[in-house]
Design a binder for this molecule. Structure first.
Ligand SMILES: [Zn+2]
Length: 108
């Protein structure tokens, strides 16, 4: 008995299972064509999710950055620290997501 990833929810299930115990997808029904279209949909969703994350990271970065400089926040105050933390976090998140997107686009 081997363990495979469910094509619907990507959770680990037995390859002998006729139905996924997580999302109740009927695996016996799946032919190559259905699998291909499911994979395509999953890929689009995954790409979309990454794009959304990168947008949030960008907002976080820009928000923290603008707050720091436009509002003339004094150094050492909690506002300054929060703004710094936001832009640093946003920046790191953005870089990580862009790298993930790069690898994601490379794989076929
Ligand atoms: Zn499933």
């Amino acid at each position: 008995m081997a363990v495979i990833n469910c094509p619907g929810c990507k959770k680990k299930i037995s390859d002998k299972a006729k139905q996924c115990s997580h999302c109740n997808m009927i695996l016996a029904d799946l032919d190559a064509e259905k699998m291909a279209s499911l994979n395509r949909i999953n890929r689009i969703n995954q790409g979309q999710k990454l794009m959304n994350y990168s947008f949030v990271a960008m907002l976080l970065f820009c928000g923290g950055f603008l707050f720091m400089f436009w509002d003339n926040v004094e150094q050492g105050t909690w506002q300054h620290t929060t703004a710094m933390a936001c832009s640093a976090l946003g920046f790191i998140m953005y870089i990580v997501i862009r790298i993930r997107l790069l690898f994601f686009k490379r794989q076929k």
